[in-house]
Design a protein around this ligand. Structure first.
Ligand code: ATP
Ligand code: MG
Length: 273
């Protein structure tokens, strides 16, 4: 069964798309069958995977309104070696088009059920808002990965996001959990970055990923070549960090699975009285 993660932060420009694209490419490089779902009408994750959003025959939009299956809308990122369900500006209309649909928040979840067995990881890139699109992402996912910059306002935004996730957990998706916070665009020379980073560790403990993604210009240049950063320049600091992050995530999933198995084992093994 695929692990489905939504990469979310309602704040704009914090590194959601860069994280989704590079994590997808890193997981693929580590041998994981990976699918990226672009849920943002900006289509940046589509373009960053080397797929032209202007010439799409099918996209996530048609999937959400039930015009095509998710498998039929899936393209292949030659550069990243992962599947992509692409998006473009047409997706901005989905919000209105879905108004009359029943269970409109679970359209993506239902569409993904058909391809579940084909992938190890599904990563969903969200727009910077809590729209019906983002809600579809949250309802489809097992977990949330939150990329964040270590600056003062990030902490304020984080408590809003955590409250939103709690509400979604209570009302829509009880399997949803925060997988972890990922520090991105990190500048170790800034005292504030160090302070915020330490505060995060204090508050959230092991929910903060060990890996830190540095600010690195090669990551910002890569999309203009239609390549994930980890493919564009695998030796660059940013690329290496995302490759490490892929390993950390795979390990974290294994230890979560192991502890779940250990929790259920004693009950299974208990002798019958
Ligand atoms: P939006 O909210 O608009 O969807 P986003 O959260 O997806 O934005 P990105 O598009 O990933 O954010 O990143 C915003 C900008 O920062 C982009 O120009 C990107 O290239 C750049 N960027 C992201 N991560 C890094 C990094 N680690 N080092 C340098 N630049 C980065
Ligand atoms: Mg984005």
């Amino acid at each position: 069964m695929a692990k489905i993660f939504v990469i979310a932060n309602q704040k704009g420009g914090v590194g959601k798309t860069t994280t989704t694209v590079n994590l997808a490419a890193a997981l693929a490089r580590h041998g994981q069958r990976t699918l990226l779902v672009d849920l943002d009408p900006q289509g940046n994750a589509t373009m960053g995977s080397g797929i032209d959003k202007r010439t799409l025959k099918r996209s996530i939009y048609q999937v959400l309104i039930g015009m095509t299956s998710l498998a039929d809308a899936t393209l292949w990122s030659e550069a990243g070696r992962y599947g992509v369900v692409p998006a473009n500006r047409e997706l901005a209309g989905a919000e209105l088009d879905l108004v009359d649909f029943e269970h409109r928040e679970t359209r993506l979840k239902n569409a993904l059920a058909d391809v579940d067995a084909r992938y190890d990881f599904v990563l969903i890139d969200c727009p910077p808002s809590l729209s019906l699109l983002t809600l579809n992402g949250f309802c489809a996912a097992h977990g949330v990965i939150i990329p964040m910059q270590c600056e003062y306002y990030a902490l304020e935004g984080l408590s809003d996001l955590v409250n939103t996730i709690k509400k979604i957990h209570a009302n829509f998706n009880t399997r949803l959990q925060i997988i972890g916070l990922l520090r991105v665009m990190f500048d170790p020379r800034m005292t504030l970055s160090q302070q915020v980073s330490a505060q995060l560790e204090q508050h959230f403990g092991d929910k903060v990923f060990r890996t830190i993604i540095p600010r690195n210009v090669r990551l910002a240049e890569a999309p203009s070549y239609g390549l994930p950063g980890v493919v564009f320049d695998p030796q660059a600091k940013g690329a290496r960090a995302y490759l490490d992050f892929g390993v950390e995530l795979i390990e974290r999933m294994r230890s979560l699975d192991d502890s779940r198995r250990a929790e259920s084992a004693p009950a299974d093994a208990a002798p019958t009285p």
